[in-house]
Write a protein that binds this ligand. Structure first.
Ligand code: SDX
Length: 430
């Protein structure tokens, strides 16, 4: 097959160069522009990285127009129906679905790291009781680098594997500690006889004075949400982890940077913002007013949970979560008027040209909060839930980058439009 090339011509000087084109296994080709500065003295310009492939990766593939999401080639719909969060975690990290023995060993290895250092627990006493859980979680995860700084040789595959297990295992414990601190309740230690999600619910909701039984429906619902949130290609928080990790920084610090990036309402913080928005809308009668505000640039109001940089079709995860809402609410014998409101909002918005023309559909954050609420998880913890699941993707991408001998520190350039060179003026002359 002939090697594909793009020709770049500087029309002002007539200088031409042939740019190599790289093809992936699926998805668009990429034009290798690495030498355009050397050959043409120009940079590429792509604010927000909308069309920039920052790296090669084998982990997750998204087709935004078709609404396709594959984890290591497996459709997320099949994994949501047939797999588990521990099995998907193994798949994302290893690249292959595990055998039964491999899955049992992986699950056991994770359970060996569920406790956190008692000194880390004392960090929570330093936070005010109403500190946002994302602030506590990002701070405590960054502090993990203080505990493992001397045993973190990022070039040692075994160290990288233990790091992966520690992050995945300890995030639920750290999240639960933040939740208990907010409630003023005693911390509940992990139980390794429970599944990953059952243990999380146990740490969140058990109290020392009475037995607590995990509802299997709730554990199953959480496992589904974690599968759907586990990875998503080069999203903002994953790109943050890659950039921070590319400097050789302690990987716990890189993961903490990812947690901070995820917090934004344009990203993972949207799940909390959706419920706040639905509560603000309040009733079906008010939907037209808020849809009009979302279309008015001067209102600075957006429909949270709507739109996506990549998906210009339904986010496949939103479809699965919407269907799960019906089942979970019914099985738990509960209802949520905000779910009904969300369904009507989706129906009205998707009939409006403004949203249809801009291909703005519900994304993963639009319905997830309905299920988190049904499980009794407070709204301020929704993005922490997202971070727990996404920690697997962050670690998988960090490992993929560090294991690549050709990886280099990330260092974007810019288009400078500031002042040209000028000399210092004495204050008496300004
Ligand atoms: C996640 O990247 C990932 O993969 C992220 C994620 C993951 O799994 O990691 O999928 C998780 O972060 C999902 C997104 C959650 N965020 C929200 O729900 C916040 C609300 N949505 C947006 O603010 C917005 O849609 C983004 C941030 C998601 C995408 O922003 P883009 O790609 O920069 O799109 P844009 O702002 O350029 O919007 C294009 C147009 C604009 O109008 P025009 O200038 O063309 O007239 O669509 C409009 C925007 O004003 N628009 C919206 C809108 N989202 C975009 N208008 C009203 N409501 C919205 N939600």
């Amino acid at each position: 097959m002939t090697e594909k090339k793009f020709e770049l011509t500087d029309l002002s000087s007539g200088k031409k160069s042939l740019l190599p084109v790289k093809s992936g296994t699926i998805g668009p080709d990429v034009i290798d522009i690495a030498h355009i500065a050397r050959d043409h003295d120009v940079f590429s310009f792509d604010p927000g990285f909308g069309v920039t492939a920052a790296t090669e990766s084998k982990i997750t593939y998204i087709d935004g127009d078709a609404g396709v999401l594959l984890y290591r080639g497996y459709p997320v719909e099949q994994l949501a129906e047939k797999s588990s969060f521990m099995e998907v975690s193994y798949l994302l990290l290893d690249g292959q679905l595990p055998s039964r023995a491999q899955l049992e060993k992986f699950t056991r290895d994770i359970s060996r790291h569920t406790m956190i250092n008692e000194s880390l627990l004392r960090f929570f006493n330093g936070f005010h009781h109403n500190a946002h859980p994302m602030a506590m979680v990002s701070a405590v995860i960054a502090s993990m680098s203080a505990f493992y700084h001397d045993s973190m040789d990022i070039n040692n595959p075994r160290h990288r594997e233990i790091f992966a297990h520690r992050v995945i295992a300890k995030l639920p414990t750290i999240a639960a500690a933040a939740h208990k601190h907010s409630l003023g309740q005693p911390f509940v230690y992990p139980r390794n006889d429970l599944s990953y999600c059952a243990n999380l619910l146990h740490m969140f909701f058990a109290v020392p004075c009475e037995p607590y039984y995990v509802d299997p429906v709730a554990a199953e619902a959480l496992d589904l949400l974690f599968i759907l949130h586990a990875d998503h290609e080069q999203n903002a928080s994953t790109s943050t982890v890659r950039l921070a990790g590319s400097t050789g920084a302690n990987p716990y610090a890189a993961i903490s940077a990812g947690v901070s990036a995820l917090w934004g309402p344009a990203h993972g913080g949207a799940n909390e913002a959706v419920l706040n928005m639905l509560e603000q809308i309040g009733s079906v009668e008010n939907i037209p007013k808020y849809v009009a505000m979302a279309k008015d640039k001067n209102s600075h109001f957006r429909l949270m949970g709507f739109g996506h940089r990549v998906y210009k079709n339904f986010d496949p995860r939103a479809k699965i979560i919407r269907a799960a809402c019906y089942k979970v609410l019914e099985k738990l014998g509960t209802s949520n008027p905000l779910f009904e409101l969300a369904l009507r909002l989706e129906e009205i918005a998707l009939k409006d040209d403004y949203f249809v023309e801009r291909k703005l559909y519900p994304n993963v954050d639009f319905y997830s909060g309905v299920i988190y609420s049904a499980l009794g998880i407070p709204r301020s913890m929704f993005t922490v839930m997202f971070a727990i699941a996404r920690s697997v993707g962050w670690v998988a991408h960090w490992q993929e980058m560090i294991a690549d001998p050709a990886f280099r520190i990330g260092r974007p350039r810019q288009l400078y439009t500031g002042a040209t060179r000028r000399d210092y003026a004495e204050i008496t002359k300004r």
